[in-house]
Design a protein around this ligand. Sequence first.
Ligand code: SAH
Length: 407
Amino acid sequence: MPVPTVVISSRGEERQRSGHPWIYRSDLLEADAAAGDRVLVRSRRGRTLGSALYSDRSQIALRMLTDGETPASDELIVQRIEAAIGFRDTLNIDATAYRLVHGEGDRLPSLVIDYYGDSHGDDQRDGHGGRTADRSGGYVVVQAQSQGMDRLTPVVVSYLQDRLRPRGILARNDSRARLLEGLDRQVEVLAGHVPDTVDVRELGVAYDVDLRHGQKTGLFLDQRENRAAAALYAHGRLLDCFSYHGGFALALAHRCRNTIAIDISADAVARLGANAQRNGRIVDAREGNVFDELRAFERAGERFDTIVLDPPAFAKNKASLEKAVTGYKDINLRALKLLDKNGILISCSCSYHVSEALLAEIVYDAAVDARVHVTVVEKRMQGRDHPVLLGVPETYYLKCLVLRRID
Ligand code: SAH
């Protein structure tokens, strides 16, 4: 059998040389390959540039796995997962749930693997730098977002079973990315057993997580370190906007005089309420549209000392960027107007189209309009278990500014 081969244009070659793992369909000259194949990538002159996962549907036709002659074997995939997990073991993460593999950021393009350790399970720490010695008490969630990774799933699952021996492995293959690949969307147990809810602990807060239906793979794991950072500044009256299950509200509430959390989803508000009760934290969780509620607070003359803005990605693509900027500006402006003297604003964006510089500019515009002076106390990003691949802006999606109003 000849090895499936794809020939790319000189523009594609330049991109490959720059280290970007995505080669677009418009840069393919020849493709002698089938959906999801691992292919050899060649230059027009016949030089082997590397190997990649091939998609016959997506605009991202190739996802580079190796450079030069290095073959993209099953062993290589497994070694990369091993290395990714080994790195998480060194991070001293203060949570039983975290990301083990972050796609492109671990050179495993289009593969996400999250771990949810059950607090009631036998997830142990050995007391030496917080290494997680045993993951047999937890559950693993896998997302394969391309045809190639979908085909590699059995290799991934068999390795995870051997290495981690989790109680269950769930495929959360219901993301929209799969539609672009012509793959079906489904949620299925791939190994063992997965309960309706898993009992997870993060920063000393216990959460009931629904791995099958929760957003992302259950929780927003990428904000853990920003929650911890925000807790250092939180004081007085706290307003958590776009609160979901209470990630920020619950990590900050005990440092504040009182806490209001707002989310548009009734389910999210209900779960936040239950999580608050479990943890003995008092949170006034309200269902509402943040855009309206911020205006209502302003009309009522309310003030807050700490405000968190963690909206969903307003800019899902470049075309919606302008509208998104208006949205970010609006909530930041309203929030700054509600902020009391010396108040802290935690302003996040998870749209990769909105760069850190752009977010800072938006907040600055909002500050000028609100007639307040604001200092940047910290510039933060997604947690260390979601590493950014340099040169690949798509992997730097979450920005988080810690700001302080000064007089
Ligand atoms: N801060 C959360 C994650 C937020 S995810 C955490 O730390 O875990 C974004 C949330 O915004 C979702 O729960 C979604 O239901 C909510 N949302 C989206 N649009 C909204 C709106 N206009 N008003 C209020 N909530 C909204």
